[in-house]
Design a protein around this ligand. Structure first.
Ligand code: ZN
Length: 172
């Protein structure tokens, strides 16, 4: 299980990465940086840190922070279906969607979970690069060795409806 200390450390590390990306949050907002381990208890390997600017019935905008080599596991957003645009602000992100399989993917799936990563078309995002994941598309991503900061612009988020390839994933 991820301890409270580990969650707090991840929050602090996320703040440092956001500062490196020159993204300004107010002091009050920094306390609202969310950390999830997706219920797997392996936060440094599988997890994400995020700050939500806005999430209404129409749109959602967030900053996503990944610690070095941290992975957001494979998932799909069921109907009504969220469309997501990821723009890298700092570091490097390896994003995977259905399509031609990358012969030498940059990401390494979390140990013991390899079978829950099924889409291997690779998109490498570096600062200034962005990619839009259409509705109803399986996807997952991992940060490079230094971690990463990505902005996410999307239609409304209903995160509790998301469907994860790894049946052990849970978000609360
Ligand atoms: Zn998604």
């Amino acid at each position: 299980m991820t301890t409270r200390e580990e969650f707090e450390q991840a929050q602090e590390e996320a703040l440092r990465l956001l500062e490196r990306a020159q993204i300004i949050l107010t002091a009050e907002e920094t306390n609202r940086i969310e950390v999830t381990d997706f219920g797997l208890g392996d936060l440094l390997s599988v997890g994400i840190e995020s700050f939500t600017y806005v999430n209404t019935k129409l749109v959602c905008a967030k900053e996503l922070v990944l610690l070095p080599r941290q992975t957001c596991p494979e998932h799909i957003h069921p109907a009504p279906g969220k469309e997501e645009t990821f723009r890298c602000r700092w570091g490097e992100v390896y994003l995977y969607v259905p399509g031609e399989v990358a012969p030498h993917p940059k990401a390494v799936p979390p140990q013991g979970k390899e079978q829950t990563y099924t889409v291997w078309h690779e998109i490498i995002l570096t600062p200034g690069k962005q990619h839009t994941v259409p509705q109803g598309t399986l996807h997952w991503f991992q940060a490079g060795a230094n971690g990463a900061v990505m902005s996410e612009f999307s239609s409304a988020a209903y995160d509790d409806l998301d469907s994860w390839t790894d049946g052990e994933v849970s978000i609360s």
